[in-house]
Design a protein around this ligand. Sequence first.
Ligand SMILES: *Cc1c(COP(=O)(O)O)cnc(C)c1O
Length: 464
Amino acid sequence: MARTIIEPFRIKSVERIRMTSRDERERLIRAADFNVFRLHADDVMIDLLTDSGTGAMSASQWAGIMRGDESYAGSPSFYRLETAVRDILGFTTVIPTHQGRAAERILFSVMCKTGDVVPNNTHFDTTRANIEFVGATALDLPCNEGRDLESRFPFKGNMDVEALEAAFRRYGRDRIPLVMITVTNNSGGGQPVSLENLRRVAAICREHECPLYIDACRFAENAYLIKCHEPGYADVPVREIVRQMFELADGCTMSAKKDGLVNIGGFLTTRDPELARREKDLLILTEGFPTYGGLAGRDLEAIAIGLDEVVEEDYLQYRIASTRYLGEHLTSAGVPILQPPGGHAIYIDAKRFAPQIPPLELPGVALTVSLYVIGGIRAVEIGTAMFGRTDPESGVETPAPNELVRLAIPRRTYTQSHIDYVVEVLREVYLRREEMRGLRFVEQAPFLRHFTAKYALLGEPSSS
Ligand SMILES: *Cc1c(COP(=O)(O)O)cnc(C)c1O
């Protein structure tokens, strides 16, 4: 039996990639002030900026787009989504939203008040921002292995359960309106959470009569990693693992742009009818009527089909194998990455990649610039440009704890030769890493500065 894991699909419709030369890219990155967010996507050959909303839909989803029913109220497409969510995740109430953050905003507006604390393994940035927006505190409780970039522990996404118990002792149930757990842990390197950990977290929540919500964006990737690595689950079907994960939760928030296999959409679920009523009232205010929630009927149809396709084991085997393939080939080329390879992305450790560039000279940004110039590849810095802090009084800059560069892999979009090309480009950049130069900020916004910042190479005047 052949052992090669092939893409479990063939291609019916293609998008051209415009090839660019190195000279052209040097000009383009300068014109973009060395910030890859400022590039035109047409000028990028392999776009690994994010796996969010960048996947390819199936022929069956495109057929669903035609079938989508655009009735304002009671669309059959909504009922198909409701059925899919009930069959796969086990929730009977689904509140559609235009994307994940809209579900978060509604959830926290209804459940949190000023002074509250919401624990999570690691909050995603929009989750944190929506909690802080209602005056509550977002508390990250990753397990110890999760803080160590090199540990090969297979469930580095786990929550530190002792820290969760300590949080209940410290703040009391009155100040903790809900506990969240993010599967896989995106901000923690796309690392999965084990079912054992989910069960322990759920037991602590039950003991305190506190609701547990799952940030479900990559639930299927998490379930497949449980099947691969958690003792006792190798022969359990992914659908059953998913059922066991969600049966522990009181609700979830979902960005369908990830494991919904669509380009836009999200939803919120709950088991509490009174909460659902209040959430739907808010939904009507800003998103839309509860049977469409800011989406077109065709989007609801595509999500319903996507949820069914994402738990197919052939798909998941390919998905996890393609991320691991990139991670293993980079590791054998000597490129330092966050271990082990996560579900949706590989994170390069820019601190070890280019140790000659100190954190305040933005080694992660420097690496994104090299990847673009040498290979037309777009990646994203997750380091001091994104998470560093400038003291408003003194202007003193504190670097982020890690300098990572994320290569996120869009779903069903690139083939193995694209990934081989990425490995080859990285090998080249790594061989010439001593030529990489630090950068400085020329312009930055007061928050979420990495999206719009302008940079200049050290020792050069700014280009604009
Ligand atoms: C993407 C993401 C979100 C937010 O979803 P959007 O659809 O981008 O609004 C929330 N949590 C996690 C873990 C995510 O990856």
